[in-house]
Design a protein around this ligand. Sequence first.
Ligand SMILES: Nc1ncnc2c1ncn2[C@@H]1O[C@H](COP(=O)(O)OP(=O)(O)O)[C@@H](O)[C@H]1O
Ligand SMILES: [Mg+2]
Length: 341
Amino acid sequence: MSALAGLISTSITDCGTDLVERVVFGTGDAVEIASALESLVRRSLGTQIEAAMFYEASVGCVAGLLLHNGSKVVVKAYQPRWSDEFLRGVQRAQGALASSGFPCPRPVSGPVHLLGGHALIEAYLADPGQRTITQAMLSVSAAGLATQINLCRGLDGSGLRPHPMDADRDGLYPIPHSPVFDFEATAAGAEWIDQLAQAAKTVRDDHVATPVIAHCDWSARNVRMNETGLLAVYDWDSLSNAAEVVAVGQAAATWSAVDGSKIAPSANEIATYVALYEEARGARFGTAERVVAGAAALYALAYTARCEHAIDPAEAVHRRARPRLTTERDALLELADLMAD
Ligand SMILES: Nc1ncnc2c1ncn2[C@@H]1O[C@H](COP(=O)(O)OP(=O)(O)O)[C@@H](O)[C@H]1O
Ligand SMILES: [Mg+2]
């Protein structure tokens, strides 16, 4: 077994499941996946894999590879619903951001077919690691999102909408981001979450605005920062052509989430995030827009709560979103009041 196949096999063992691999690659066979990645690198880059640096599976499957020619790349393979056209849109915007000096990996090649799905190849950008989140990072995160959105103004966002993670207009949730969460099989007991998700989604989706290109998973899982600025941002298939206030509301609810993180922000903290974003972009949102930001934050919390419920209905381990939904729901639906000065 090659070193890459060994890494894939270890990751599957550590996750306790090959569900993600089976959706992304159509197989959980580590040797088959490694050999498809090897042939992808030969075909697309005309070189070979020298060593495997890392491999991870969560939404997609990501492999960090050192190549024979000395360069380092990352191959990200997607679930089939991440379409070719969408991924081309991602590459255009990501390329423009990288050229502007934004701290994101530079696209290298793709989209290319890989075992039934699609993959993108991008340059390796060393991960400085998730740091302990401090309050000072709140404004760094909010200002960083404002910079990302500003740099993409005027770019062609076609292809980025709908995002593969958007729920249908008439549906409540998207197909969960990972096959680990089975919403249908776990509906019992989730009715209260679904009601809040519906209330939030109705307000959010009734908002009509010219869309912006925004990274819609602006959480510390993807955004590396210190107390003075952004260091590196990953996961660019989270780009969407979305209403600005929706992107900001989602970010306000999720910005501090890291693996194993504690509770989600309160409504007051969400209001502060939105206000700091307004300051960074140099213009306040109107009352109606702030209401939509609150609804988007509430929907993001409800979606996380629904994922928590799917794997931990008794709230034994995963308690990031559900307690906040219970206490903050009304304040979030009236975020404009909290922000009024
Ligand atoms: N271009 C890259 N260079 C270096 N590390 C990367 C790169 N892309 C992703 N990573 C690493 O892999 C992790 C997962 O990548 P990400 O794109 O966020 O996948 P997912 O969609 O599964 O969350 C990142 O947090 C980062 O540590
Ligand atoms: Mg990620």
